[in-house]
Design a protein around this ligand. Structure first.
Ligand code: ADP
Ligand code: MG
Length: 313
């Protein structure tokens, strides 16, 4: 028995496209293994191929070639079991405007063959905070409520793996927090979570491991901590006792005088010891009131790995 939630090997997808646009090679051979139990992030600029991967996992898009195993079941050999193992909250809302949340959940459960006695409709309505809207038509729900209903629909068959495609793109902070609280709770209960996002801060806060894809290929895949550790850029901010000008700096250090009077230095820890920066400041006769240092963040990693791509948020 495999310990992995997802095993993707040599995954390719070429969209046929229209006569005008021609074929589009969206995935150029992706190999990706996602262990069970974690919150895994799929990151990449717009057009990278994230939704294509998700939609292939969901069975909504047919792959051109490659192998996909979901919870140990080959998608082509055991389509029913592999489909039952995964629930997907799609990027594009696909709600029937004439269904109420309760009906949507019931219909979805029916599609997955969940017997009436085993349905968790009330529980799910409660989880997504739509109990008092259970009987309202979908077209009367706010955008945020529709998102929550999409999450609920992904959960009707109690999948082992929950996939969320850009769940917080364009949503307000309150809904974002609610979605993340739900995701964390489900993960603590043992559900494997896979999410795509282009909010790096979010990936950094939520994900145990991250894969970065760009132009249909896997750029890197590592733990979030390792990814950030790979970038050795550091920033030191020094608050002087009295107004000061930028001192002369050793090679490899860039400095600027901030509007608030603080001196900000960036350098690579592998090339320049912090002491060299401090010495330059002291040698210029600047008394130091306060020092702060700041590590690189995921944004630095992302930019350095996807340099040249023009993603749009
Ligand atoms: P992401 O989710 O990372 O933004 P997508 O997987 O949606 O990326 O898209 C990857 C590439 O495939 C893009 O260039 C996109 O324009 C193209 N694409 C996606 N869906 C289709 C489709 N149905 N027909 C043709 N091209 C598509
Ligand atoms: Mg997408």
């Amino acid at each position: 028995m495999t310990e992995n939630a997802i095993e993707i090997t040599g995954l390719r997808k070429t969209y046929r496209g229209s006569a005008k646009s021609g074929p589009k090679e969206a995935l150029k051979g992706i190999d990706l293994t996602i262990p069970r139990g974690m919150i895994f992030g799929l990151l990449g600029p717009n057009g990278a191929g994230k939704s294509t991967i998700i939609n292939i996992l969901a069975g909504l898009v047919n792959k051109t070639s490659g192998q996909v195993r979901i919870w140990g079941f080959d998608q082509d050999v055991n389509p029913r079991q592999s489909r039952a193992s995964i629930g997907v909250m799609p990027q594009e809302p696909n709600l029937d405007p004439f269904f109420t949340p309760r009906q949507s959940l019931e219909v979805q459960a029916g599609l997955y063959g969940v017997p009436a006695a085993q349905r968790k409709t009330d529980e799910i309505l409660d989880l997504i905070g739509l109990t008092d809207k259970a009987g309202a038509y979908a077209r009367t729900l706010s955008g945020g409520m529709r998102r929550r209903l999409l999450l609920g629909k992904a959960l009707v068959h109690t999948p082992q793996i929950l996939v969320l495609d850009e769940p917080t793109a364009g949503v307000d902070i309150e809904l974002r927090n609610m979605l993340w609280a739900n995701v964390r709770k489900l993960n603590e209960q043992g559900m494997t979570i896979i999410l795509t996002t282009h909010y790096l801060e979010e990936a950094e806060a939520m994900c145990d491991e991250i894969a970065i894809i760009n132009h249909g290929t896997l750029v890197t895949r590592d733990t979030t901590a390792n990814l950030i550790g790979r970038i050795d850029a550091k920033t030191m901010v020094i608050v002087p006792e009295a107004p000061a000008a930028l001192p002369g700096l050793p090679e490899g250090v860039e400095g600027r005088l901030r509007d608030d009077g603080a001196l900000e230095f960036t350098y690579r820890t592998t090339q320049v010891p912090a002491e060299a920066v401090l010495a330059a400041v002291r040698n210029a006769g600047i008394a130091i009131r306060d020092v702060k240092t700041q590590e690189a963040n995921l944004e630095d990693v992302f930019l350095s790995l996807t340099a040249g791509a023009h993603g749009r948020g």
